[in-house]
Design a protein around this ligand. Sequence first.
Ligand SMILES: Cc1cc2nc3c(=O)[nH]c(=O)nc-3n(C[C@H](O)[C@H](O)[C@H](O)COP(=O)(O)OP(=O)(O)OC[C@H]3O[C@@H](n4cnc5c(N)ncnc54)[C@H](O)[C@@H]3O)c2cc1C
Length: 90
Amino acid sequence: MVGDAAGFILPLSGEGIGTALKSGLLAATSVIEANRNNNQASHLYLDRLKDLLSKMQDLYTYVKKILEPKNENQKSLLLKEAWQKALSLS
Ligand SMILES: Cc1cc2nc3c(=O)[nH]c(=O)nc-3n(C[C@H](O)[C@H](O)[C@H](O)COP(=O)(O)OP(=O)(O)OC[C@H]3O[C@@H](n4cnc5c(N)ncnc54)[C@H](O)[C@@H]3O)c2cc1C
């Protein structure tokens, strides 16, 4: 699965074009390489997806903290950091 169907939607903004393109590209290159080398495309795709999955998980952890801030200063700082992480996704 790729894009929205795989849940690659940025929790801060609801954006998902960049991550849909990225995951689609990873899926397509996995299929091409698997055909060339007689491998399982799903294994290659899941392996290539690890970085994106870990960044998405990180982002959701931030959003959870943003929803329960200790104070406004912490909320602003967390929002800034979360946006920087979101920008590195696609
Ligand atoms: C109003 C709105 C504004 C948005 N604005 C932004 C934005 O500014 N920036 C941003 O990054 N993201 C934005 N998004 C989110 C973005 O549109 C999605 O994250 C992105 O399009 C996901 O791409 P996708 O390829 O995963 O899914 P989709 O673009 O939804 O593509 C899935 C395609 O599969 C087709 N399909 C579904 N079922 C079947 C079937 N059974 N057989 C064949 N085809 C099927 C659908 O018709 C569709 O064309 C917005 C979303 C909405 C609703």
